[in-house]
Design a protein around this ligand. Structure first.
Ligand code: NAG
Ligand code: NAG
Ligand code: NAG
Ligand code: NAG
Ligand code: NAG
Ligand code: NAG
Ligand code: NAG
Ligand code: NAG
Ligand code: NAG
Ligand code: NAG
Ligand code: NAG
Length: 395
């Protein structure tokens, strides 16, 4: 078995273990674990795979009633009943399985097979596992859905950095340029080494979403610096897990984040020290005439480090946190103007009805706004992204 195969099985084994116990911060561990494996695979290609983990993988994560009694006859004996659903005139389904049990073994091959400029939706059903590949959905392929089996059991993983890919913007493990993209129950990971303080060229994007009208349901985004490139267009994120350190949601998108968990892996700061080690957002609105911004509603922020809620990548950076719980990792000043005081007059940084030790606004920078009901209203539901015009319900 090749080293990646070994990593994959170990990863799946880990998932099986984690999901059978009650590890609350499993996703964080997973990124570290995958990182270790990528290092490990160059050191050792003779790792022994415990057979029960492999069995655990084949048995796990499915909802067959007779799961415990069911005998695994082959690795391909593992699909939902009535799969794939028959094509309709609006939707067709194609399937990806890394063991070769259905149409394609890589996600990119499935994307390549989608008809150009199709007005039908193509559901790319992706079986459990890690897909070690870089995936690009070009502008000519709208209306694609990635359907995974859960964000802790299905992942697309690559490890480009700004240095290895002609800049941060091209480092994404998955890059979507097409409109009407949907992802459900899948993770996007960049497992490049976590940069040390002051490292250059180590930015490593997990997902770049640059198409309009995209929706992410129950997805995971794993990386460190610049995890989620929320680049341009209107985007919806619900019940997503987003992990990073510096500027881990960045770009010039207009996006609504609902019930998402934002987890910082920024470097811890010694008690009493003043250092800042990360930032949740770096929104990049450049002018008043643009119509972009990030709204986070009913989210939570936790993890490690001392971080800002946002810093002003460009002068009209626009970010609102509402009904969001914030742990004490949020620096009391809250926000940062990227060392350009003229931006204090032009950014729009708002907080509304947030809670937790990090949400105390007493010592916030003067340009941070505690929004009143009228000011907050446009940011509180999907009309912020015109979702009433395009956002389909989850199922
Ligand atoms: C597509 O299917 C729907 C019902 O499923 C039907 O009403 C409609 O006429 C069909 N459209 C075409 C172009 O076949
Ligand atoms: C995918 O596999 C199904 C079932 O074997 C088959 O009917 C379908 O034609 C395949 N689709 C493509 C695009 O290969
Ligand atoms: C397909 O994409 C086009 C262009 O983005 C969009 O107008 C259309 O509504 C989409 N169709 C479906 C079925 O989502
Ligand atoms: C990505 O991982 C591969 C395999 O371990 C390694 O050879 C490559 O150097 C890594 N790339 C970067 C940019 O770290
Ligand atoms: C990126 O490249 C620059 C210039 O070659 C180098 O100084 C830096 O260490 C590299 N960063 C990483 C993370 O490899
Ligand atoms: C898929 O995501 C939805 C939306 O977050 C969630 O309700 C559902 O439980 C998830 N399903 C699986 C199998 O993870
Ligand atoms: C939001 O908080 C304000 C006080 O800061 C309170 O008056 C208001 O009732 C709260 N609104 C909601 C909807 O919880
Ligand atoms: C908020 O922070 C200020 C300044 O540190 C402190 O005096 C105040 O007690 C805090 N409020 C709450 C509710 O913790
Ligand atoms: C909310 O704040 C805006 C801007 O400061 C102000 O014009 C408006 O009167 C306030 N509305 C309420 C209900 O307090
Ligand atoms: C969203 O809020 C707006 C007010 O900004 C309201 O007019 C609209 O009905 C709300 N839409 C939904 C879907 O709740
Ligand atoms: C946020 O949570 C509150 C309380 O559960 C709920 O009333 C509200 O609809 C939620 N808003 C969004 C956008 O999910």
């Amino acid at each position: 078995m090749n080293p990646k195969g070994i990593s994959l099985i170990l990863f799946i084994g880990l998932i099986a273990i984690l999901s059978s116990n009650q590890f609350r911060n499993a996703p964080l561990l997973i990124l570290e674990y995958v990182n270790d494996l990528i290092t490990l695979e160059t050191l050792s290609s003779s790792t022994v795979i415990p057979i029960d983990l492999m069995l655990g993988y084949n048995r796990g994560h499915h909802h067959h009633h007779d799961d415990k009694k069911r005998k695994i006859v082959s690795i391909c004996d593992d699909f939902p009943p009535d799969f794939p659903p028959p094509a309709t005139n609006a939707t067709s389904t194609i399937c990806v399985d890394h063991n070769g049990c259905c149409n394609f073994t890589t996600v990119q091959a499935a994307v390549d097979a989608v008809e150009v400029l199709s007005s039908k939706r193509t559901i790319i059903w992706i079986n459990n596992g890690i897909y070690f590949e870089k995936v690009i959905i070009p502008k000519t392929k709208p209306n694609i859905t990635f359907q995974g089996q859960g964000f802790t059991s299905t992942a697309i993983v690559w490890n480009d950095t700004a240095n290895s890919s002609h800049g941060t913007f091209y480092s994404g493990s998955v890059q979507v340029f097409a409109a009407n993209f949907i992802a459900k129950n899948i993770s996007f990971m960049n497992v490049a080494p976590i940069p040390g303080p002051g490292a250059m060229g180590a930015q490593a994007v997990a997902m770049r979403i640059a198409g309009d009208q995209a929706a992410f349901w129950g997805c995971g985004f794993f990386g460190a610096q610049d995890t989620l490139h929320d680049d341009r267009g209107r985007h919806y994120f619900k019940e997503c897990y987003i992990q990073g350190s510096i500027d881990f949601v960045f770009g010039n998108g207009k996006s609504f984040y609902e019930n998402c968990q934002l987890t910082s892996i920024a470097n811890p700061v010694a008690v009493g020290a003043r250092a800042i080690t990360g930032a949740v957002t770096a929104h990049g609105r450049a002018s008043k005439d643009e119509n972009s911004g990030y709204a986070f509603v009913n989210c939570s922020i936790g993890g490690t480090g001392r971080i800002w809620l946002g810093r002003a990548w460009r002068p009209f950076s626009t970010v609102v946190f509402a009904y969001t719980s914030m742990s004490d990792i949020i620096a009391s000043e809250g926000w940062n103007d990227f060392n350009d005081p003229s931006r204090d007059q032009t950014v729009f940084y708002g907080e509304y009805n947030c809670s937790g030790n990090g949400a105390n606004t007493t010592l916030r920078v003067p340009y941070a706004q505690k929004l009143n009901d009228t000011q907050a209203t446009p940011f509180l539901n999907i009309s912020f992204i015109d979702g009433d015009q395009w956002l389909q319900p989850y199922s």
